[in-house]
Structure formats: structure tokens, C-alpha cells
Design a protein around this ligand. Sequence first.
Ligand code: SAM
Ligand code: TMP
Ligand code: ZN
Length: 405
Amino acid sequence: MTECRICGGAVEEFLDLGRQPLSDAFPRPADVDAEFFYRLAVGHCVECTMVQLMEEVPRERMFHEDYPYHSSGSSVMREHFTRTALNFIETELTTTDPFFVEIGCNDGVLLRTMAESGIRHLGFEPSAGVANVARERGVRVRTDFFEESTAAAVREAEGPANAIFSANTICHIPYLDSLLRGVDALLTPDGVFVFEDPYLGDIVKKTSFDQIYDEHFYLFSVRSVQAMAERFGFELVDVERHPVHGGEVRYTLARAGARQPTPAVARLLAEEEAQGLARPEVLQGFASSVTRIREDLVALLRSLRADGKTVAGYGATAKSATVTNFCGIGPDLVSYVCDTTPAKQDRLSPGVHIPVKSTEAFTASYPDYALLFAWNHAEEIMAKEERFRESGGQWILYVPEVRVV
Ligand code: SAM
Ligand code: TMP
Ligand code: ZN
């Protein structure tokens, strides 16, 4: 039996996505024999409802100097985080000399606004490559994992933080007990801990099973986050939905009793209840939809191959590792994947080894079809690649169902 990482309750598996490689490790052709694999399966805790992976990948295998994901690669995300930073400055950072801490600041996509605004800040970022990019943008970074000991060291040296923020990182951290003790050590008595991550409600609704991969250890819901907060002396006082990355929730935690919860918390809890997010049959239904998507996508790609059509992937996302490896989609079905990230180019995609090329390779000679792995950036990418469709190209999408547009 697997024990819940939050409460120790029993975790019941509801979906097995098979043997998977690290989602953000793009091997050189010479290194394919050294790839690391693990079993990707997901379950829900029968006590606190937290949805989590059945197997944990050691953090140093995922987050290191060569971690290739650069948050600033999307203009929509750059705007989203600039707005977020300015909003914090107006609401939570109004005292004299406030201190703002970000967990997982990556290339400084958010903290650059704090630096430009003269706000005392610190980013925790264990992946040294992206941390250095943030530094070049004038951001203060500690190249470290945020956990109890490192948070306490910062409290000691720099005083308490008025706000701690994290985007697309808290769900990456299995050791949330240590993390929340760290938040407790670092936060002012009336401070807030705000984090946003892909939302289980959207994942189930859209069957976006590719949000499940090594780095996404937890798939949060309001109910599971509320239970987790209470366990560690905090209270969930606000929730906000955001359309980024296919649907996220931004959770605001304060010390228990310090702030009045907004009506949005009860409202979204009620929506979850109606959706049946904590019911095993709903999660099993999600798993059945995943199998149907696999069948439909593989059938479509095989028929296009039989018709002599060319298909390229668009966006060498971490998510695409789950799709390609679960569905068995290799270079025979998708000849290459294009991506703007230099660190991914001229490498192979994890596990199935589809060559990764620049987006210039895509525009130089369009394929007949483009399988949009970066579907969460669809609007931005389709607008940028308008000429592809004008030249007769078609996009293939696979969530919430397989379709050609
Ligand atoms: N916040 C950015 C965003 O939303 O685009 C980056 C998200 S990226 C998917 C996750 C980041 O969290 C990586 O840069 C990784 O190195 C970092 N990370 C992982 N574990 C961490 C920890 N314990 N403390 C701080 N950062 C961590
Ligand atoms: P994400 O879905 O985890 O944010 O990853 C998006 C990936 O897609 C990342 O490797 C960068 C790439 N990308 C492009 O190639 N072109 C684009 O216009 C955007 C927004 C992302
Ligand atoms: Zn639990």
C-alpha cells in the first residue's frame, strides 16, 4: 500500500501511464542508453483526497544545472507574471521595506518586476542554469531547494517575508511537510503564502492527462489543499481560477484565524462536490477517457502515415513525454518536434527519441499536420503560426478529445 505524502492515509491508484522517462531530460543521440525510467501512475488518498503520484523521482534527477525549461518563453506567461508582481506590490507589499520570496523563480519571469520596482526580494531556484539567467536580469537568487532548513536560514539572515509566492512549483514538491514548516518559519504573522498550479478540476474536465508527469507530483483541488493547509496550521483564505497552462487555481494560505476566507473558497468547493472530484468512479471515468484518447490519437496518426502525410510535433513540452511514451508515438508517426528552447534543440525527445528542431525548421518547410503538444499556449502559437494554416497546414489537438482544426 502507498501512503499519502500529506496525511499517511491509503492512496488508491486510478491510472497507470506506464514506464516513463524524465519529462525534461532531452538526451543527445550518444546518451540514449543512460536514460532513467520510472513507473508513472497516479492515485488519490482515501482520507484527505490528495491526488498524487504512486512513485517519486529523486529531485536532483529533475532539477539541476541543465534543467531546460525557461518560463519566459511565452509572451502570455510573461504578461501574467508581470501583472501578478504588480498586484502583490499594490496589495501585500505596502509596509516599509517589505520582503517578497518566490519558490521556483526559474529565469526571473516574475521577480524581474520586483527588481525593477526596487522591492526587496529573494528567489529560491535549485536549477543553476535558469537561476543564472534570473541573476543576469537583476534578480536575487539562492540556488537551493526551498524546504524547512533553507527557509529558516533566510529568516535568520534577512527577516520575515510578507508574502511567499510560487507558480507551477508547489505541485512539484513531494516533501510538502518540510516546505510548509519552512513557510511557517519564514512568513510574517499576517503574511500570505500564495501558489498556483494546474487544477485537478480542469484536468478531469478536459482529460488533460499529459499534466501528469514526474515533476507534477500532486494534482491539487481546493478540498485537498484546504485539508493540507489545516494540517500545518494554515487556512485556505482565497482561491482564484486562472486560464493559464490549461486551467490553474491560485490558492492563498494565511495563518489559521489571521484572515477571513473569501466566499470564493466555499463556491469552488461546492463546484468540486458537484463535479465529484473526490469520487473514485469519477477518477476511474477520467482514466477510461485517457485510454480512448490514446486509441483515437494513434489511429489518426497511423492513417495519416498510410496516406503519406507529414506530421510534426509543436512544442517539446514536459507534458508531451507522457503522451508520446504512453501512446507509443515515435519518429515513425511524428517525424520531429519543433521548440524555441535552445537547450532542447538538436536533442531527442525523452523515451521515444523524436528529434527536436528549432521552430525555424518548421517555418522553412511546413508539414501537412502539426500535433500541438503545447496546447496550453494554443492561442499564442496559432496566432504566431498563422501562415502554416494559410498554406494548408492543419493542427491536431488531443485534449479534451482528438480533433483536427
Ligand atoms: N515559476 C516558474 C513558472 O511558473 O514558469 C517556473 C516553473 S518550473 C515548471 C518549476 C521550477 O521549480 C523549476 O525551475 C525547478 O528548478 C524549481 N523547483 C523545484 N523544486 C523546488 C524547490 N524545492 N524549491 C524551489 N524551487 C524548486
Ligand atoms: P510548457 O507547456 O510547459 O509551458 O512548455 C512549452 C514548451 O513549448 C516550451 O518548451 C517552449 C515551447 N514553446 C514554443 O516552442 N513556442 C511558443 O510559442 C511557446 C509559447 C512555447
Ligand atoms: Zn492524504
